[in-house]
Design a protein around this ligand. Structure first.
Ligand code: HEM
Length: 422
C-alpha cells in the first residue's frame, strides 16, 4: 500500500456516475490531479483543519446536549428508542451545521435524502454487473437517483444564496460554505471553483460523513452493552477523569486511554467503510510479482485486513485491551498494541480510515464526535435492550455496514447533567 499509493490514487467511475447532476465535480471520485489536490489541501488546511474543528466545538456540544436531553425524556417516560436512528440524526445535524451553519431547512430532510441516496446508489452500482446494459437503467434506479440529487440541488442552491446574501455580515462566523464561496469569488485562486463543485463537495461530505460516524457509534454501543465488564471499566475511567458532577468533554478524551481503546477496537472489528475503492493510474505496474494493468479497479478489503489472524490475536473478538500498552490483563501482554502507535502511519494492519493520499480527510472530526458521544452515553445512562439481554450483532448490508436490526433500547438515566436546567 505504501509503495504503490501513488499508482492507486484514483477512484473508479461507476456507470451510476452518469446519473449524477454534478458529474465531473465530485471530490471523492475526482481523478488524482490539480482539482483533487486543491480540494484536499483546502480540507487539510481549512475546511476540516484542527483549528476549524475547534471553532465549531460549540455546535458539537450543543447537539450532544440535545441528544442527551431527548434520551432523558425517553428515560423519564420509560419509553424505548431506536439508537441507530437517533445517532444518524445527530451526526447529520452536526455535519449540516458545521458545513452550512443554517437552520432554514429541516435538517431531517437532508438526513432522509442521504439515506435514500445511499440506498438507491448501492442498487444502481449493482447494475455494473450488466456491463454496457447497465446504462439502460432497466430498474429505473438512475431516474430515482437523478430525482434525489435534484432535491439536494434545490436545498443546496438555497443555502448558497442565503450565504451570498449574508456575505458582508461581520457578526456571523464563517462556516465551510463561506470558505468555499470565498475561493469561488477569488479570481486568483489556484483552481477556479464552480457552483457545482461547491454543491458536489457538500454532497460528498454528507454522504461520506453521516452514516460512517453513526454506524461506528452504533457498533460501539452494541459491543459495550453486550460486554458488562468493558462497560464497567469504561464507566470507572469516566468517573475518575471527569468526576461525578459534570458531563464529559472533548478535552477529557486524551486522558482516557480505555475510551480511546474501545473506539479503536470497534473501528477494527466493525469498519464502517469495509472496502477502499481505488483504481490504478494510466501506467501498468507490478505488485508482488503480479502484473496490474493500467486503470484496474481495485477493492482493498479493509474489513479482512483488520480481522486477519496473522496480524491479530483472537481477531473476531471485541478486546479493547489489545490497544493498551499494559493490556496484560488478558492473555499476558506481549500480543497487544500500543494505542498511540497505531494512528495510521506505516501500520497497514489497522486502516479504518483508509491510507495514503486518498485516506479519509474527515477522520479527526469523526473521532472527536465518536469518543465524546460514546463517553456521554455511557456516563449518563444504563441501557436495557428491547426483548432480551443482548444486542443482536448481525451485520446489515449497505455502503456503511451497520447493524442488521435497529438498536432499540431503553435508556435509564444514571447521571443527568442538565437536572437543574430542564
Ligand atoms: C467513522 C467514520 C469514518 C470512517 C470509518 C471513514 C472511512 C473512510 C474510508 C475507508 C475512506 C476511503 C479511504 C481510502 O481510499 O483509502 C474514506 C474517504 C473519505 N472520507 Fe471518510 N470516514 C469516516 C468519516 C468521514 C467524515 C466525518 C467525513 C467528512 C466530514 C469523511 C469524508 C471523506 C471523504 C471526502 C473521503 C474521500 C477522500 C478522497 O477521495 O480523497 N469521512 N473515509
Amino acid at each position: 500500500m505504501k509503495t504503490h499509493d501513488l499508482n492507486f490514487c484514483y477512484r473508479p467511475q461507476f456507470g451510476s456516475s452518469n446519473d449524477f447532476l454534478y458529474k465531473g465535480s465530485y471530490f471523492i471520485t475526482a481523478p488524482y490531479g490539480p482539482y483533487w489536490r486543491f480540494m484536499k489541501k483546502l480540507c487539510v488546511t481549512k475546511l476540516l483543519s484542527s483549528s476549524q474543528l475547534s471553532r465549531f466545538m460549540h455546535i458539537r456540544e450543543q447537539e450532544l446536549e440535545n441528544l442527551l436531553k431527548y434520551l432523558v425524556i425517553f428515560s423519564n417516560e420509560n419509553k424505548s428508542t431506536d439508537l441507530c436512528l437517533d445517532l444518524t440524526t445527530y451526526t447529520n445535524n452536526i455535519l449540516c451545521l458545521m458545513t452550512m451553519g443554517t437552520t432554514i431547512f429541516d435538517k431531517d430532510i437532508i438526513r432522509c435524502l442521504v439515506r435514500e441516496f445511499m440506498h438507491v446508489g448501492a442498487k444502481l452500482s449493482m447494475g455494473e454487473v450488466f456491463g454496457p446494459l447497465g446504462k439502460l437503467d432497466l430498474f429505473g434506479y438512475g431516474k430515482k437517483l437523478r430525482k434525489i440529487v435534484g432535491e439536494f440541488d434545490k436545498i443546496l442552491e438555497s443555502f448558497l444564496k442565503e450565504h451570498e446574501e449574508r456575505i458582508n455580515n461581520e457578526d456571523r462566523e464563517g462556516d465551510m460554505m463561506d470558505i468555499l464561496l470565498e475561493v469561488y469569488r477569488n479570481p486568483n485562486a489556484e483552481v477556479r471553483l464552480t457552483r457545482n463543485d461547491i454543491k458536489a463537495f457538500f454532497l460528498d461530505i454528507l454522504l461520506a460523513g453521516t452514516d460512517t460516524s453513526s454506524v461506528a457509534m452504533q457498533w460501539a454501543m452494541a459491543e459495550i452493552i453486550n460486554n458488562p465488564i468493558i462497560l464497567n471499566k469504561l464507566r470507572a475511567e469516566i468517573e475518575s477523569v471527569v468526576g461525578p458532577t459534570r458531563l464529559i468533554r472533548e478535552s477529557d478524551v486524551p486522558k482516557m486511554p480505555y475510551l480511546q481503546a474501545c473506539v479503536k477496537e470497534v473501528l477494527r472489528l466493525h469498519p464502517p467503510a469495509p472496502f477502499a475503492l481505488r483504481q490504478s493510474s494510466d501506467q501498468d505496474c507490478k505488485i508482488n510479482g503480479y502484473d496490474v494493468k493500467a486503470h484496474t479497479r481495485t477493492l482493498i478489503n479493509v474489513y479482512a485486513i483488520m480481522r486477519d489472524p496473522k496480524s491479530w490475536v483472537n481477531p473476531e473478538e471485541y478486546i479493547p485491551e489489545r490497544f493498551l500498552v499494559s493490556g496484560d490483563e488478558i492473555n499476558g501482554g506481549d500480543d497487544y498494541e500500543d494505542v498511540n502507535k497505531m494512528d495510521g502511519g506505516d501500520d497497514f494492519r489497522y486502516i479504518p480510515f483508509g491510507f495514503g493520499r486518498r485516506g479519509c480527510p474527515g477522520s479527526s472530526l469523526a473521532l472527536r464526535v465518536i469518543h465524546v458521544t460514546i463517553g456521554a452515553l455511557i456516563q449518563c445512562f444504563e441501557w436495557k435492550i428491547n426483548g432480551g439481554d443482548k444486542v443482536n450483532m448481525e451485520e446489515g448490508s449497505s455502503f456503511s455496514v451497520g447493524l442488521a436490526k435497529p438498536l432499540v433500547c431503553y435508556p435509564v438515566t444514571c447521571f443527568n447533567p442538565f437536572e437543574n436546567c430542564l
